[in-house]
Write a protein that binds this ligand. Structure first.
Ligand SMILES: [Mg+2]
Length: 162
């Protein structure tokens, strides 16, 4: 099923070829949060992740976080994104396209100029493909997952992650 296929895969957000994406006309990066930028439910970003987001912004990319999580209590994390001036949209309801469209409107970019980076096939990959956005599937950073996610992982194994 092509809507479940990412355009590329990478071990982590640090391994994505952002320079290559820039050269191919991409100007925005939408990141999933849990198990992509940080372990599930963690209230904070590792310094290397903060550095990466800042580096992408300096390069000229517009960066945004689109999460299906409930983030109200994760104050430290939200503060880090505020300091970076990275908009965070939650709960996004991925794979519904509404959140993706709102993200594109906020970034003032077209779907073809933006790449989604996330760890889940049925939310990140499916949603991005539905709006015509390129998508890179990364390996989940943490072992802990929400109950629903664990069910979706089983389905991912059925369809194959790539
Ligand atoms: Mg995730």
């Amino acid at each position: 099923m092509s809507v479940l296929r990412p355009d590329d895969t990478a071990p982590s957000v640090h391994d994505v070829d952002y320079e290559g994406l820039w050269d191919n006309g991409f100007r925005g990066v939408i990141f999933d949060l849990d198990n992509t930028l940080c372990p599930w439910h963690e209230d904070g970003l590792e310094p290397e992740v903060v550095d990466l987001l800042a580096k992408l912004q300096r390069r000229g990319f517009r960066v945004l976080v689109l999460s299906n999580g409930r983030l109200r209590r994760r104050r430290h994390l939200l503060g880090q994104f505020r300091e970076l001036q990275v908009p965070v949209m939650w709960p996004a309801g991925k794979p519904c396209i509404r959140g993706f469209r709102r993200a594109l409107a906020t970034m003032e970019l077209a779907a073809l100029q933006v790449v989604m980076v996330g760890d889940q096939v049925f939310t990140d990959v499916l949603g991005a493909n539905r709006v015509g956005m390129a998508v890179v599937l990364v390996s989940p950073v943490g072992p802990r997952e929400q109950f629903l996610t664990r069910i979706l992982r089983r389905l991912e194994r059925c369809v194959g992650r790539v």
